[in-house]
Design a protein around this ligand. Structure first.
Ligand SMILES: [Fe+2]
Ligand SMILES: [Fe+2]
Length: 246
């Protein structure tokens, strides 16, 4: 039994949104996902997809993308990404009823993995705009947007706390925390997300959303304050699922 994660599939079986123009790694990326997940993940394993599953705007435009995910091996858990328009946070229960036994939608709930609870939410990070000097150093940023971002972070922290609360009430003391957005923005060394991760003593924080060489280093990677921070964006991993726990 093993726990894997992979983010940002950006599937478009029902929409005209090819990812090919974003570089070689995205060329027929759905074939890579199929190949590498089938090679690595066993039926008894768990695989968490950390958001941005589909380009479809409504559930009916995502059916084939979700069916593709469903056909992959193992138990599949999905987190919300910023592009997952089909998934209204308030309608998570409805999705879980409809896909019961096939896909699990992680939002204001948790999943178990042995003695671990898998908790998570989309998260949020302030992404600018930043103002740069001619050498590319940040000299300022849009402060109104930063204020707005703080509100979204607070809302996401409350959703994450609910996930932790439920896991704790069910008796769990070990956690893996999943986010779609990176836990910190490029100005921060810590954030409300790293603080809650430390408060609960999570083993790992797994996130994605960052695309392209220039963005992969936007947040924490590796060990920080005793927690393993893992970036699992599909293009970062070449679409090989990352092992989170043995
Ligand atoms: Fe993405
Ligand atoms: Fe994203």
């Amino acid at each position: 039994m093993a726990l894997y994660a992979l983010g940002d599939l950006h599937l478009s079986f029902q929409t005209d949104k090819s990812m090919d123009r974003f570089g070689r790694v995205w060329k027929h990326h759905e074939r890579k996902i199929e190949k590498y997940v089938n090679k690595t993940v066993k039926p008894e394993d768990t695989l968490v997809f950390t958001g941005d599953h589909s380009w479809g705007r409504k559930l009916e435009e995502c059916r084939e993308d979700l069916a593709f995910i469903e056909r992959l091996p193992g138990r599949k858990i999905l987190l919300r990404g910023n592009h997952d328009m089909f998934w209204d946070a308030k309608k998570t229960e409805r999705l879980n009823e409809e896909y019961k036994g096939r896909l699990f939608f992680l939002q204001n709930n948790f999943a178990s993995y042995g003695e671990y609870a898998l908790v998570g939410t989309k998260g949020y990070t302030f992404e600018g705009p930043f103002y740069l000097d001619p050498w590319g150093n940040i000299t300022g940023w849009d402060e109104a947007r930063e204020e707005h971002a703080k509100k979204l972070v607070a809302r996401e922290i409350e959703r994450l706390r609910e996930s932790f609360r439920q896991a704790e009430a069910a008796g769990y003391r070990k956690y893996i925390m999943f986010l779609h957005y990176p836990p910190t923005n490029i100005l921060e060394e810590t954030s409300p997300f790293t603080e809650i991760a430390e408060e609960y003593g999570v083993t790992a924080v797994v996130y994605s959303h960052c695309h392209g060489e220039r963005r992969f280093g936007d947040s924490i990677r590796g060990m920080f304050h005793g927690i393993n921070y893992m970036l699992v964006s599909g293009d970062y991993l070449g679409f090989h699922p990352a092992a989170v726990l043995p």
